[in-house]
Design a protein around this ligand. Structure first.
Ligand code: SAM
Length: 225
């Protein structure tokens, strides 16, 4: 009988290293190799927890064949992205897809995830939500129209470079009094959670717009005040 092979999908902190789980550390210590999005980021993490491991980078442009060939060399592999839960808007899903094709058993090691952390602190309904990942560069008006008509909470990721433009576009398309929460630098020293109407939040975020963001918009009936 063929020996079972394992791929561990390991969540890592989104800023605060105290959010690394015991199980994540133990798993990374015990595998044969760690595949990661960026070896420099994962190396910092391993240094903090005081151990070394062979690291190999797998990124968005790595071919399926390359990932399969890499995985085939080992019996126990972990994958860690730069931050958070692999596969949520990062190359983690690519590694899982390749691993499943060649018969690996995939085991999630859960932990921090920016969108889940943001939703949990938002105060907006989370029994149902629509997660849009990063908004596309093209065809954004159609996406804002979708948010305008959404009957669930909507959330997405945004970068420093585009946050102000995105908030301006949201204001232009979606009712400016609609409820909104913007979470910046979650779990880090300058964590900031701004709540209010789209108008109010856009104004406040303009004053401090550096860092990483999760944007959450209430469903179409919500109004701030
Ligand atoms: N897989 C990751 C996760 O589970 O959260 C997300 C990876 S995605 C490439 C990175 C984006 O997540 C950032 O551009 C930002 O929008 C969001 N993000 C990551 N860390 C964050 C933080 N500490 N605070 C707010 N947003 C964060």
């Amino acid at each position: 009988m063929q020996k079972e092979k394992f791929l561990y999908i390991v969540a890592t902190p989104i800023g605060n290293l105290g959010d690394m789980t015991f199980r994540a550390v133990e798993t990374l210590k015990n595998v044969d190799v760690i595949l990661c999005e960026d070896t420099r980021e994962t190396l910092k993490l391993l240094k903090h927890f005081g151990f070394e491991k062979h690291l190999v980078s797998v990124h968005q442009h790595s071919s399926d064949e390359k990932v399969q060939a890499l995985l085939s060399q080992y019996d126990n592999v972990a994958y860690a992205s730069d931050a958070g839960t692999p596969g949520i808007s990062d190359p983690g899903n690519k590694v899982v897809e390749a691993a499943v094709k060649i018969g690996f058993r995939v085991i999630p090691i859960p932990g921090a995830c920016a969108v889940v952390a943001a939703l949990s602190a938002s105060g907006l309904p989370t029994d149902k939500f629509l997660f849009l990942g990063f908004l596309p560069h093209k065809g954004r008006t159609a996406v804002f129209e979708k948010i305008k008509n959404a009957d669930t909470t909507v959330c997405f990721y945004e970068s420093t470079h585009r946050i102000l433009k995105t908030l301006e576009q949201l204001k232009a398309v979606v009712a400016p009094e609609r409820k909104m929460v913007v979470c910046r630098e979650l779990t880090k020293m300058f964590e900031d959670i701004v709540r209010g109407s789209i108008n109010e939040v856009a104004e406040k975020v303009q004053l401090e717009n550096r860092g990483e963001f999760v944007v959450i918009v209430g469903e179409k009936q919500t109004r701030a005040k």
